[in-house]
Every structure is written in structure tokens, then in C-alpha cells.
Design a protein around this ligand. Structure first.
Ligand SMILES: Cc1cc2nc3c(=O)[nH]c(=O)nc-3n(C[C@H](O)[C@H](O)[C@H](O)COP(=O)(O)OP(=O)(O)OC[C@H]3O[C@@H](n4cnc5c(N)ncnc54)[C@H](O)[C@@H]3O)c2cc1C
Ligand code: FES
Length: 289
């Protein structure tokens, strides 16, 4: 029997189905930050706002290569564009780093639960970021600064391995001059050819430098897996209740929407149920931390 040459009608419907079909976005700004990270500012080509919550992520496609989950790094108060701080690591992120202003990417999302900025209103906030963990926290941090009167005392502790790895350096300098934010930074070590006048030591060495009331404070954490264990132990030693500790977790992801199971920890889909979790809900799940 001869094969039919008739082509099926392909009707890609993106409206209402943005979970599966990438929207086109254009890189409108690219700022190199370190030898490994760059900040990309992106605008959706259909003119719509992304409409994300702090702490959510998008799946970014680099055409012909693949997709990678990347956290939104800008506050939702910045509406027409959004920012992604991307570390060059493997196929997708290396190719993304080679793209320039005017180049196109695909965007699915925003995905994940994000931080509940309403639930933490009126609280004192203690942000603790390690390395690239500053990227998702910046989205909430800048949101809080844009709504400063809704929140109590705000502190940011930020640590990275060495001075040349520091992200968002210029913003941090401005932050240090504000009198309504406590900011402390640290590096694990400082090579002889680099300049660093701040604290030297792991991030937990900053916790005793901040005065906070554990009952009024929500601690918001994001960093490499090893950081959580030590930071949580120190927060608990300061009597911070378990349910006052919020963290953003990272797992290998593919679909981003709870279908493929790549990010699954027991019954939890990190992409859908997270990536933001209250410590009191996951402390009994050993694989989570
Ligand atoms: C919710 C979420 C938010 C993220 N936010 C950011 C962000 O803001 N900025 C950023 O630069 N990266 C972020 N990542 C990590 C980023 O998704 C990976 O670095 C990226 O997928 C690597 O893709 P690739 O094709 O470049 O590298 P690949 O070739 O896929 O991998 C390169 C190496 O990285 C490892 N790897 C890949 N993905 C992960 C992962 N999720 N965790 C640990 N190791 C991994 C691989 O095993 C391999 O060793 C996030 C990941 C998740 C799940
Ligand atoms: S990434 Fe597919 S289920 Fe979470």
C-alpha cells in the first residue's frame, strides 16, 4: 500500500499550555559577573510579563542544545524583563554563555512554588546565601527591599569560596551603605594576589555577628548542599524554631512540572512541591538535605 504523502495539520497551541511549550525570549542585556557566571536580562517576545514569584525558576532552552532549569534572580517588581544568573557548567549553560544581546532563547515557566512573601510579612528576615545560592535569594531580597515597610529587620549573610567568585559585587557595595539592612560577607580563603578586607571563614562564622530574635526571625537559606547542615545546626543552637527556617533546594530536573520524576525525593517532586521548603516539613526526609 503506498504511503500517504498528506501532511498532518500541526497546530501548536501555546495559550494556556505554557508548561510544555517554550515561549520565545530575547536576551536584551548580558553582564559577565565572574569567570563562570553571567547575568542575562530577557524579555518575552510576545510582550507579556513572566509574572513570577521570588524563588521560582524557568526552563531555559538553547535551541539545538537543550534545556536547563535556572532560578529567577530578579524581583517580580521588575515587570517587563527578568534576570537569570547562569553558571557555565555543561552543554546548555556553556552555549547560553556564548549567546549575545539580540539572540533568542526558549522559556518555559515560571515553575515551582517560590517563596511566600505574604506569609513572612512583618517578620525579621535573615537571608543566608552561599555561592550561587545568592541568585534565587536575590529575587526575594530585592522584592523585600522594594516593599521595605512590610518587613522588619533585614540581614543578609553571603559567603563564597574566594573574592573573585563574589556575585553582584556592585549591588553588595550599595547594600553595605544602607542603614536599614545588616550585610555581612565572607570568603573561605583569600589568595595572596587578591584583595579582601572582610571576614575570612565559612558562612557560619557570620551568624554570631548578627543580633536577631529567633522568635521573630525567618531564616531563608540557599547554597550548596553542604552548607545546610552546618547553618541549620547553628540556627538551632540560637533557638530558631524549625518552622522559621526556609530553604530552596536543587535537584536534577528535566520536565520542571512534576511529570518525569527526575527530581523526586520519596513522595516529593522538588520541581512542583518546591524548590522552596520549610525545614519543619523536610527535616525527616534524609535524602532531602
Ligand atoms: C530549581 C533549580 C534552579 C537552578 N538555578 C540555577 C541558577 O540560577 N543558575 C545556575 O547557573 N544554575 C542553576 N541551576 C543548575 C542548572 O540547572 C544546571 O547547572 C544546568 O542544568 C546544567 O546544565 P548543562 O547542560 O549546562 O550541564 P550538564 O551537561 O547537564 O551538566 C554539567 C554538570 O553539572 C551537573 N548538574 C547538572 N544539573 C545539576 C543540578 N541541578 N545540580 C547539581 N549538578 C548538576 C551534571 O551532573 C554535570 O556534572 C538550577 C537547578 C535547579 C534544579
Ligand atoms: S523535573 Fe520532572 S518531575 Fe520534577
Amino acid at each position: 500500500m503506498p504511503l500517504s504523502t498528506a501532511q498532518p495539520e500541526v497546530n501548536i497551541q501555546t495559550e494556556g499550555n505554557i508548561d510544555y511549550v517554550p515561549r520565545l525570549g530575547t536576551i536584551i542585556k548580558k553582564v559577565p559577573m565572574t569567570h563562570m557566571e553571567a547575568l542575562f536580562e530577557i524579555r518575552l517576545d510576545d510582550g507579556s510579563e513572566l509574572g513570577h514569584k521570588p524563588g521560582q525558576f524557568v526552563e531555559v532552552s538553547v535551541f539545538g542544545i537543550g534545556e536547563a532549569p535556572i532560578s529567577l534572580s530578579s524581583s517580580p517588581t521588575k515587570k517587563e524583563t527578568f534576570e537569570l544568573c547562569v553558571r557555565r557548567l555543561g552543554n546548555v549553560t556553556s552555549k547560553l554563555h556564548k549567546l549575545n544581546v539580540g539572540d533568542k532563547v526558549g522559556i518555559r515557566g515560571p515553575f515551582g512554588n517560590g517563596f511566600d512573601s505574604e506569609a513572612i510579612k512583618g517578620k525579621d528576615l535573615l537571608f543566608i546565601a552561599g555561592g550561587l545560592g545568592i541568585a534565587p535569594l536575590r529575587s526575594l531580597f530585592n522584592y523585600v527591599l522594594d516593599n521595605r515597610k512590610d518587613y522588619g529587620q533585614i540581614s543578609l549573610l553571603y559567603g563564597c569560596k574566594e573574592p573573585k567568585e563574589l556575585l553582584f559585587g556592585e549591588e553588595l557595595i550599595l547594600l553595605a551603605s544602607r542603614d536599614d539592612v545588616e550585610f555581612r560577607s565572607t570568603v573561605n580563603w583569600c589568595p595572596e594576589n587578591e584583595v579582601w578586607t572582610g571576614n575570612i571563614g565559612v558562612i557560619t562564622t557570620l551568624i554570631p555577628q548578627i543580633d536577631f530574635d529567633p522568635e521573630k526571625t525567618m531564616a531563608i537559606l540557599c547554597g550548596p548542599p553542604v552548607m545546610y547542615k552546618f547553618v541549620i545546626a547553628d540556627l538551632k543552637a540560637k533557638n530558631v524554631p524549625d518552622d522559621h527556617i526556609i530553604m530552596s533546594l536543587e535537584r536534577r530536573m528535566k520536565c520542571g512540572v512534576g511529570k518525569c520524576g527526575h527530581c523526586q525525593i520519596n513522595q516529593i517532586y522538588v520541581c512542583k512541591d518546591g524548590p522552596v521548603f520549610n525545614y519543619s516539613k523536610i527535616k525527616g526526609v534524609p535524602e532531602a538535605l
